[in-house]
Design a protein around this ligand. Structure first.
Ligand code: ZN
Length: 585
């Protein structure tokens, strides 16, 4: 057996996917909301027996490897390595390596060396003495915290370039690719110079890039710079602080989303370990998707200034799409968490423990800016708040806030809903439907449904037996479904109990796909009326065959009215009557 198969056999797909998505048991299978397309009713199905997954909404599916590749945006070799480690298998052959994934690994390794180099300079070397003074005395960061976040110092010049090329044997191209070096004239120099360094980790503890902060605020240089886009660093996909926050986020189901590195580090020192920083102004869709793996609640801790508030509003619609519960940190002193901690720790901790529901906060703060009793104030409040309230995913919550806004403005909910409708219509025109499903004949859908009912039953044997007579003269319209049905009858006749694995192994390979899609097809909750449902679907199908026969006979009667013999006509009439009576049985 090759290692790819060996690892696949050792991994249980249900527990693998469960690490990422909450799965719900449904009959023989598990269901979840599909993370690959937006949806509110689950259509991603995972089969423990077949060890596969499939989304009936967007069509994605496959095995453990394809799940990781889709979800983590991994290349195959990387997914193989991750699953091998999970399965406790040591990979012998490395020949799966495509150029791309080994390139990525090389960049991770380079970043790791750079991080160790920067960290050493900050904590142990005289070059980093001023920077160390700055972080310990001006920023009040404890030595242990420096270790936890692996902070570092990048000196001016080309210290890192020299170290990596002379001591570690990397080439100029390697350093460019990692975003660690830049050219100045003929010289190759460090990209980060004279900056305090924050390594940026992904959720798998790889260092994907850095952000560097100047230590003397100076209008000419930007306070923070980040690694430029590389093969592994993408700005909108990274947070600062994921490794330290990961466990606490999962445990508490909640994250504090902050703006800056120091906000996260200072909060961490006060015991709030589930804080991370957005790299940029507002969260992106990729970042929101990442958060959805860890938490159900997001507390927004953006700066209490205008850009911070704008970033907060921009983030709301994206967070609503994933049905997060959303709170806001309201600071009484200081404009951000870092400043608040240095001004009044007790007040900060109190505020962190009592976050305010975001829409209450918005209603409050906005009605302080605009006067709700004046007509211009009403218009402004409507303009600012209605789009935000309209985007609330939960209908009950939405209605609650619309009622509150109606009270504030002295208007009816009906007027508010009308206004939402008016603005929505303008947007809808722009949007295309996500998935356009092709129209399939009802008979085809019913055939698949019947087979799905049989295959997913606790015990298919008696059910298949019970419809044998009904389907006696039934004419299938989907050949693949018919073949699987015939094979199922034969299989049940030869074994004691149905097993998906055993059945799949006897099927011709071109039928396995049809089997799997019926075996995973989401079924309605009909557990107590299962047999009745099977019988009624079989009856419906039978009726369809009879109806098409009736159609044929009546057409024949019409056509042959003048040409046929009386005997033939009588035969057709009799056939017609028999079919009609069959239909009513
Ligand atoms: Zn999907």
């Amino acid at each position: 057996m090759d290692q790819v198969t060996e690892i696949r056999n050792k991994i249980d797909i249900v527990s693998l996917i469960q690490e990422y998505l909450p799965l719900k048991k449904m009959g023989r299978n598990f269901k979840a909301n599909c993370p690959f397309h937006g949806e509110k009713t689950p259509s991603l199905v995972v089969s423990p027996e077949r060890q596969i997954w499939h989304c009936f909404g967007c069509g994605k599916g496959g095995d453990a490897y394809t799940f990781l590749m889709e979800y983590e945006k991994m290349e195959f070799p990387e997914a193989l390595r991750v699953l091998a480690a999970k399965a406790g298998v040591t990979l012998i052959s490395q020949h799966f390596d495509t150029g791309l994934s080994s390139k990525k690994e090389k960049l991770y390794a380079l970043n790791r060396l750079a991080e160790e180099f920067y960290h050493y300079l900050l904590t142990k070397h005289r070059l980093g003495k001023d920077a160390l003074d700055y972080v310990t005395h001006k920023r009040h960061i404890q030595p242990a915290t420096l270790e936890t976040f692996q902070l570092g110092f990048a000196p001016a010049g080309n210290a890192l370039v020299t170290y990596l090329m002379k001591k570690k044997g990397y080439t100029a191209d390697n350093l460019f690719d990692a975003g660690l070096a830049t050219r100045r004239g003929n010289l190759l120099v460090d990209f980060f110079q004279n900056r305090l360094m924050f390594p940026l980790f992904d959720q798998r503890d790889n260092i994907v890039g850095f952000s560097g902060r100047v230590m003397t605020d100076n209008e000419k240089t930007s306070k923070y710079i980040n690694t430029r886009e590389t093969l592994i660093y993408h700005k909108g996909m990274t947070f600062f602080g994921i490794p330290t926050a990961k466990d606490a986020m999962k445990k508490e189901g909640k994250v504090y989303l902050m703006e800056g590195e120091f906000d996260v580090i200072s909060s961490f020192q006060e015991g709030f370990t589930n804080a991370i920083a957005v790299k940029g102004t507002a969260v992106t869709e990729d970042q929101v998707n990442l958060l959805a793996r860890f938490v159900q609640k997001v507390v927004l801790c953006f700066d209490m200034d205008k850009p911070g508030q704008e970033a907060m509003k921009k983030s709301l619609a994206l967070l609503e799409k994933k049905s997060f519960s959303i709170g806001v940190l309201v600071l009484t002193e200081g404009k951000d968490p870092d400043e608040a901690i240095s001004l009044n720790k007790v007040a900060f901790i109190k505020a962190m423990k009592k976050d305010v529901p975001v829409y209450d906060y918005l209603l409050e703060s906005m009605s302080r800016i605009y006067t709700p009793t004046e007509i211009e104030g009403k218009r402004k409040l409507g303009q600012e708040l209605l789009p935000l309230f309209a985007a609330i995913g939960n209908e009950i919550v939405k209605e609650h806030y619309l009622a509150k806004l109606g009270d504030l403005l002295g208007t009816t909910q009906e007027a508010l809903l009308k206004e939402i409708d008016r603005t929505k219509k303008q947007e809808i025109v722009k949007k295309m439907p996500l998935i356009t499903k092709e129209q399939r004949p009802r008979q085809e859908i019913l055939e698949e449904y019947l087979l799905a009912l049989l295959l997913q039953a606790e015990n298919p044997q008696p059910l298949v037996e019970s419809i044998k007579e009904t389907l006696g003269e039934y004419i299938w319209i989907t050949p693949a479904v018919q073949k699987v049905f015939v094979a199922l009858q034969a299989f049940l006749g030869s074994v004691h109990a149905f097993s998906a694995k055993g059945f799949a192994s006897i099927l011709p390979s071109e039928l396995v796909g049809s089997f799997d899609s019926c075996f995973l097809l989401p079924l309605p909750a009909i557990s107590d009326k299962y047999e009745e449902e099977v019988a009624s679907v079989a009856k419906d199908l039978r009726a369809m065959t009879i109806r098409s026969k009736i159609k044929k006979v009546s057409e024949a009667i019409k056509q042959k009215e003048k040409t046929s013999t009386p005997e033939e006509m009588q035969r057709l009439q009799e056939e017609f009557t028999t079919l009609l009576s069959q239909l009513s049985q």
